[in-house]
Unconditional design. Structure first.
Lengths: 313, 413
C-alpha cells in the first residue's frame, strides 16, 4: 500500500512533505514501537558483530581480541592451509549432494504419503522422528552403526558374510557419503513434512481439472503442483542451506574430521583455531569467508526474490 | 569406578559440611578416565580432611583440547571457578597478562620458597614477571612406549628393550594377527611425533626445534629419522582399527590384541585400575628405551581472581587448596594413583611401581621442555593438523612432511 501511495503524491510533494514524514513515523505507531527491540538486535547483534568479526580477522589477535591491524595476512595464511582448502571442498561437495538429495527424497516421500494411504500419521511421525534428535546423537548413533569392527560390517561378517564391506567412515574417499547418510537420515523427514504441507495446500480443483484434461499424475506433480509450491520450496532450500553452511556438530560426533583431515568442514576449522588453537584472527578470517560465501549466494537470490517486486506491481 | 570416585568425593564433601568455616570451592579439571578420576579423588580427600572445606568437583570431558577452551572462556567471561587445572603455556600467559589469575607469590613466601620442587624448570611456565601464578602438581610425560607381554608371548619373542627392536618385531606381530600399534582416534595421536622426536632425535633436536625454532634442525638428518619413523608407523596403522578412547588401548595391551602404544604416563593409571601389573602384564620403556631424559611438563593448577565481594572464607579455601596440592601427603597419594611423578622427592616413594621407579631415575638428568612450553597453541594446532594429515594421506611424502614442518616452525614467534 505504502509503495503505491508515494508516486501518487509526487506532484504535490513540496506541500505535503511534513505531513508525509509525520505519517511515515506515526502511521501504525504501536507496530513500530514493537519492532524497535528487533531492529536494535539486528543492528547491534547481527550487523555490529559482523563488523567486529571482519575487523578482528584483519588483526594478529591471539587468544584475546587485542591484536594489531595487519591487513589480509590471515587470509593469505588461510588459503595456503591445506586443511582449510580440504574443508571448503568438502562443504561444497556435501552441500550440493545434501541439498539435491534432501529435496528429491523429501518430495518423493511427501508424494507417496500424499496418496491417501492408511496410517499416514504413523508414517509421518516415523519419518520426522530423526529431526527431533540433535546432530550429536545422530552422529553417535551412525558412528556405531558404521564402525567397521563393531557396527554393520562387523555384525554381518560375524554372521558369515565374510567379504561384506561397509567401511565408509574409515575410508577417506567415502567418508563424505557416510556424513551424507547421517545428514539425510536426520533432515529428509523435515523436508518431507514441509513438502507435504505444500502439496496439501494445492487446491483440489486443480487436480480435478488436470484429470479432466487427461494429464498423467506424475506430469501433474512435476509441471503443475511443483511450480505452485514455490514458497514451500524456497523455505525448504533456505532451511537446508543454512544447515549445510553451519555443518559442525554432525562431523564432530561422527568422524571428528577423520580419517586424517578428509571430512573437515570450515566451521570446525574456525572453532579449532579460535579456541584450542588460540588464534582468534585466523578463526575470524575463516568465519568471514563463511559469511562471504553465504552472501554470494544470498544477495543475487534476495535481489531476484524481492528486488523485482516493485516492477511486478 | 569413576562414578564411585565422584560419589565418594561428594559424600566426603557432605560430611565435611558440618564445620562452620567451611567453604565450597569449585575445581575444574579434565581428569576423567578411571585412573585419573581415582587420583583426583585423592586430592579432594586430602583437601577436605585437612582443611574442612568442600571440593566441588567439576570434571570436564574432552581432555585438554576440549576442556581448556571451556575453562578459558569461563575465566574470560567473568565466571571464574575457585581453582582449575590448566596447561601452562602461552594461553595461560595471556590470562595472567590480563590480570585474571591470582598471584600466588605471597603464599610461596609464607611457605618459605619452592626449593622442594625436584626440577625448578617446572616452575618456568608458572613464572611471570618474577611472580608465581600456578603450582605444578605432578610431572607428566608423553615419552613412554608401552608394550604388551601377552602379545610377545603369543609370537614367542622376548619383549623389546627399545624402539628399534620393537619396530623389527612388527612383521612377526602382523603375521600373528596382532596389531603392532594400538591407537585411539583423536588426540592420542597428537603426542606421538613429539615422543619420537625426543627418543630418536635426542635432546639436542628437541631443544633446537622447540626452543630455538631452528628450521635447519628440522631439515637436518636427525629430524628426518623422526619423519621416517612416523612414516613407518602410518604403514601399520589403519583408521578402521582405531578404538574410541585411549583407555581401550590399555585393554588391548592387557589382552595382547595390540602389541604396543606410545602414550603418556596417565595410561598407567588405567592399566592399574584394570588390574595390570608392570613387568608382568605390560612393560614400559621411558624415552622409547633410547634416551635418558624425559620431556615433561607439569599439570598445573591455577587460581583465578575471584570477583569483588567474594566471601573471605572462599578466598581462604583457595589459599588452603594451593598449599594442600603440593603438600607431601597429597603428592604421594595423588601420584601413586595417577602413575605420574611427584614434584617433590622428599617423600617416601617406596610404594611406587617399577615404571615409576624408572622414571624417577631419569629425573636426575633434568627434564626436556615439552612443546606446550615453548610453542604457542596456534603453532601446536598447525603441527597437529599436519601430523593428522600425514598419518592418513600416503600422498604426502617424508620430504613434504619435513618441508611443511619447517615452514610452520619458521612462522613461530
Amino acid at each position: 500500500m505504502a509503495d503505491t501511495a508515494v508516486p501518487l503524491e509526487a506532484g504535490t510533494e513540496t506541500v505535503n512533505r511534513p505531513g508525509l514524514l509525520k505519517r511515515i513515523l506515526l502511521h501504525n505507531l504501536p507496530a513500530k514501537i514493537a519492532a524497535v527491540p528487533m531492529m536494535l538486535t539486528v543492528l547491534v547483534v547481527f550487523v555490529g558483530c559482523t563488523i567486529w568479526t571482519i575487523y578482528y580477522s584483519m588483526t594478529n589477535s591471539k587468544l584475546l581480541p587485542t591484536g594489531k591491524f595487519i591487513g589480509f595476512d590471515q587470509y593469505e595464511r588461510l588459503f595456503a592451509t591445506s586443511r582449510w582448502n580440504v574443508s571448503v571442498t568438502n562443504l561444497i561437495a556435501y552441500g550440493v549432494m545434501s541439498l539435491v538429495f534432501t529435496l528429491v527424497i523429501g518430495f518423493v516421500l511427501a508424494v507417496l504419503i500424499d496418496q491417501k494411504i492408511r496410517f499416514e500419521s504413523a508414517f509421518r511421525t516415523v519419518m520426522l522422528y530423526p529431526f527431533a534428535l540433535s546432530f550429536i546423537v545422530t552422529g553417535l548413533v551412525w558412528q556405531w552403526i558404521m564402525n567397521p569392527t563393531l557396527g554393520l560390517q562387523g555384525t554381518l561378517r560375524n554372521l558369515g558374510w565374510t567379504n561384506f564391506t561397509f567401511d565408509w567412515i574409515a575410508n577417506p574417499r567415502m567418508v563424505l557419503f557416510a556424513l551424507l547418510i547421517a545428514g539425510l537420515w536426520h533432515g529428509t523427514g523435515f523436508c518431507m513434512v514441509l513438502m507435504l504441507a505444500g502439496l496439501r495446500g494445492v487446491d483440489e480443483e486443480i487436480w480435478k481439472a488436470a484429470r479432466v484434461d487427461g494429464i498423467p499424475t506424475w506430469r501433474t506433480y512435476i509441471s503443475i503442483v511443483l511450480p505452485m509450491m514455490r514458497g514451500v520450496l524456497v523455505t525448504a532450500v533456505v532451511i537446508i542451506g543454512s544447515g549445510i553452511v553451519r555443518l559442525y556438530d554432525l562431523v564432530v560426533a561422527l568422524t571428528n574430521g577423520g580419517p586424517g583431515i578428509s571430512s573437515e568442514v570450515p566451521a570446525k576449522y574456525v572453532f579449532n583455531y579460535m579456541f584450542s588453537g588460540g588464534n582468534i584472527g585466523q578463526g575470524l578470517a575463516g568465519a568471514t569467508m563463511m559469511l562471504l560465501t553465504v552472501l554470494i549466494i544470498m544477495i543475487p537470490w534476495a535481489y531476484l526474490e524481492y528486488g523485482g517486486k516493485g516492477k511486478r506491481t | 569406578m569413576k562414578k564411585f570416585a565422584v560419589v565418594a568425593a561428594m559424600a566426603t564433601a557432605l560430611l565435611g559440611s558440618a564445620s562452620a568455616i567451611a567453604a565450597d570451592l569449585e575445581v575444574t579439571h579434565w581428569w576423567t578416565s578411571a585412573g585419573e578420576a581415582a587420583a583426583v579423588a585423592e586430592f579432594a580427600r586430602v583437601f577436605e580432611e585437612t582443611t574442612g572445606n568442600h571440593w566441588v568437583d567439576s570434571a570436564l570431558a574432552g581432555s585438554g583440547s576440549g576442556a581448556n577452551p571451556v575453562i578459558i572462556s569461563r575465566i574470560i567471561g567473568g565466571d571464574p571457578m575457585g581453582a582449575t587445572m590448566m596447561n601452562t603455556g602461552r594461553d595461560a600467559e595471556e590470562l595472567i597478562q590480563a590480570g585474571l589469575m591470582r598471584d600466588l607469590t605471597p603464599i610461596v613466601e609464607e611457605m618459605g620458597g619452592l626449593d622442594f620442587y625436584v626440577d625448578q624448570s617446572l616452575l618456568d611456565g608458572c613464572r611471570y614477571d618474577g611472580k608465581i601464578y600456578c603450582f605444578p602438581v605432578n610431572i607428566h610425560s608423553w615419552d613412554w612406549l608401552w608394550l604388551s607381554t601377552a602379545a610377545y608371548e603369543k609370537i614367542g619373542q622376548p619383549v623389546p628393550k627399545d624402539w628399534n627392536e620393537y619396530v623389527a618385531s612388527w612383521p612377526a606381530l602382523q603375521e600373528a594377527g596382532i596389531l603392532p600399534f594400538g591407537l585411539a582416534t583423536g588426540w592420542p595421536f597428537s603426542g606421538i611425533p613429539g615422543v619420537l622426536m625426543a627418543g630418536l632425535g635426542g635432546s639436542d633436536l628437541v631443544l633446537a626445534v622447540n626452543r630455538d625454532k631452528s628450521v635447519d634442525a628440522v631439515r637436518g638428518p636427525e629430524f628426518r629419522k623422526v619423519a621416517e619413523a612416523l612414516d613407518a608407523l602410518r604403514g601399520v596403522l589403519s583408521p578402521d582399527m582405531m578404538v574410541p578412547a585411549f583407555a581401550d588401548v590399555g585393554t588391548q595391551l592387557l589382552e595382547g590384541t595390540a602389541a604396543g602404544n606410545i602414550h603418556g604416563d596417565w595410561l598407567q593409571g588405567d592399566l592399574q585400575v584394570a588390574g595390570g601389573v608392570p613387568g608382568e602384564d605390560y612393560e614400559c620403556l621411558p624415552a622409547l628405551g633410547l634416551g635418558d631424559q624425559l620431556s615433561g611438563g607439569g599439570d598445573s593448577f591455577y587460581f583465578p581472581v575471584l570477583p569483588e565481594g567474594t566471601d573471605q572464607a572462599v578466598l581462604d579455601a583457595q589459599t588452603a587448596l594451593a598449599k594442600t596440592l603440593i603438600s607431601p601427603e597429597a603428592q604421594l597419594a595423588f601420584n601413586l594413583k595417577k602413575g605420574s611423578m611427584p614434584i617433590r622427592t622428599d617423600i617416601d616413594l617406596s610404594g611406587a611401581n617399577a615404571c615409576m621407579q624408572k622414571a624417577l631415575g631419569m629425573l636426575g638428568n633434568g627434564l626436556l621442555p615439552s612443546g606446550d612450553f615453548s610453542l604457542s597453541s596456534d603453532i601446536q594446532q598447525q603441527l597437529q593438523d599436519l601430523n593428522t594429515e600425514f598419518l592418513d594421506d600416503d600422498g604426502i611424502t617424508v620430504d613434504d612432511y619435513v618441508e611443511r614442518y619447517a615452514s610452520i616452525i619458521e612462522s613461530a614467534e
